[in-house]
Design a binder for this molecule. Structure first.
Ligand code: NAP
Length: 300
């Protein structure tokens, strides 16, 4: 039996990498080398039990990254801005990986990128967790490392955590606090990333060198709220908050998130038809919410 090509998957214990590992293991075309900083944590043990080779590596430790990338055909790379809220650190991690992938002659890297908003807007707007990933996208291209960038839309899963509806003052209803000023916002379940990445890895000629904006569909905040109300049987409304007021909310990263929504309002750039071509089972918001109804009601 021919040996399978290996894909190193970064962030394997997290949302994006976890989705990619699960799609690759299910499909079985590729073997999976899953990266974590701690191979004994429960999520890593689960990956091993599911059939992945689990290796320890740290994005801040080049030697460990080299060991994780040696001998593989390709990689899925995701960096986590929110770990340190530090653009320079995220760029350094991304460039280190890009250099290694080039030096070790990887044939295809799928990088979880985003737009360089600062460059696109001529410096008018900065979104640190986007800009850094945009710089890394450019760097992969500059050093001619074969790479496809997947730019994910807002995860639906955010509605279960940091962007869950907030109890209104009268406690009778809930407010969906997303400052989109009636402009439709792209969304996707992060669990639908894996099959899309698999399609990209299976079709390198078609997708290498491209930036692919992944989105299941675009809905206004009022439409998201309407579907939430229908599925949960609670009253959930668009809070109609402005980006200016959102930036002042008392949580770490509020201004950074407000800037992200400002960018979503200016240049919505995700490719819904291509997303469904890459992963025909991509769920729209209502389907996702119905599947996650119990978890959603629990967080309200
Ligand atoms: P996540 O679920 O929090 O998982 C983070 C993963 O990164 C973990 O597997 C962790 O592995 C790994 N990791 C963190 N620091 C590491 C390091 N120094 N070395 C090696 N591995 C490290 O995160 P995610 O949602 O998959 O990805 C986060 C990224 O997605 C962010 O940069 C964000 O900007 C981007 N994004 C988010 C959205 C959204 O709507 N939320 C949309 C588009 C893009 P271990 O802890 O096991 O080592």
């Amino acid at each position: 039996m021919a040996t399978k090509k290996i894909i190193t998957v970064f962030g394997a214990t997290g949302s994006q990498g976890g989705s990619v590992v699960s799609a690759l293991l299910k499909d079985r075309t590729f073997a999976v080398r899953a990266v974590t900083r701690n191979t004994s944590k429960p999520a890593a043990v689960k990956l091993k039990e599911a059939g992945a080779e689990v290796v320890a590596a740290d994005l801040d430790d080049e030697k460990s990254l080299e060991a994780a990338l040696i001998g593989v055909y390709g990689a899925f790379v995701v960096t986590n801005f929110w770990e340190d809220f530090n653009k320079d650190k995220e760029v350094k991690q991304g460039k280190t990986i890009a250099d290694l992938c080039k030096r070790l002659s990887l044939q295809h890297v799928v990088f979880s990128g985003l737009e360089n908003v600062k460059k696109l807007t001529g410096g008018k707007l900065e979104v640190l967790h986007f800009d850094g990933k945009g710089l890394v996208e450019d760097y992969f291209r500059k050093i001619s490392c074969p790479m496809t960038s997947v730019r994910l839309a807002f995860y639906y899963e955010n509605f279960l955590t940091g962007c869950k509806p907030q109890k209104s003052k009268d406690c009778d209803s809930y407010d969906l606090v997303i400052p989109m000023c009636n402009v439709p916002m792209d969304g996707i379940s992060v669990s639908d990333l894996g099959p899309a990445v698999l399609s990209i890895l299976k079709n390198p000629k078609e997708y290498t060198g491209k930036n692919i904006g992944l989105s299941a569909e675009k809905l206004t905040v009022a439409q998201y709220a309407e579907i939430m109300s229908k599925v949960s049987c609670k009253v959930i409304k668009d809070a109609k908050i402005s980006p200016e007021d959102y930036a002042k909310l008392p949580f770490p990263g509020a201004e950074e998130m407000a800037n992200m929504f400002r960018f979503y309002i200016m240049i919505p750039d995700r490719d819904v038809p291509l997303t469904h071509k890459l992963n025909p089972e991509t769920k729209n918001f209502q389907q996702w919410l119905e599947e996650n109804k119990e978890a959603f009601i629990k967080v309200l």
